[in-house]
Design a protein around this ligand. Sequence first.
Ligand code: XBP
Ligand code: MG
Length: 258
Amino acid sequence: MAQLQALIFDVDGTLADTERDGHRVAFNQAFAEAGLDWEWTVDGYRSLLEVAGGKERIRFYRERYTPDWYPTEDLFTWSAALHQAKTRYYRELLVQGKIPLRPGVRRLIQEARAAGLRLAIATTSAIENVIPLLEVTLGPESPQWFEVIAAGDMVPAKKPAPDVYLHVLEAMKLLPQTCLAIEDSYQGLQAALQANLTTVVTVNPYTQQHDFSQASLVVDCLGEPDKPFQVLMGGTYQATWFDLEVANALLEVAAKGA
Ligand code: XBP
Ligand code: MG
């Protein structure tokens, strides 16, 4: 039987609800600074999230909604500069402590560290966003707890491509059968599944309608002893919060089904 050796976390929507009050707000601040009259609303941002990656999302939006408008620079230089401003604003929001961890995230990470499990991050977001989020929420030394932080443009293709997860597995020299991925979106789930990872999904308001039928477990959050999770799909073996026992049980079931 494959024993759990590592947890691989997605960031946006999984570690913290970063999108609505973080990334989205920062994009709008960057647009205003650049003199663009674009406004990404709370609702409108839902469909924009289908485009993974901030630079990609900016270029997609221009092409879809202002196809006759072109920046003076080429599109890649322009979107990279706009994205840099967005990253600056996003980091400001993070440092202000406006984006807390989701329920159960700190507890599960602590439990995993105490059990000697290995930890990694697999995200589409830029590394400049990930490090301050970890530092502000889990403490200044916490980025070192993660053996690999695979982020942003480190791999050729962003989620739903599996590249970022394959990169983590390769860097850690681990078989997917010994790892568990934690995701929040359809695109993230597809990326993890294509890397053959057993995946738990914690939904959020932007992703709760996504198709998660291929996940091993779908819950509203990881839960806490005094704040049970709500199970949306899958079995939890009487558990009311997600812990390493549930994680191991899910791997065992996946191994039997393989
Ligand atoms: C989510 C994303 C990101 C963020 C924006 O990534 O799609 O693009 O919305 O981040 P994940 P950047 O769920 O994989 O963490 O602006 O840095 O791209
Ligand atoms: Mg996500």
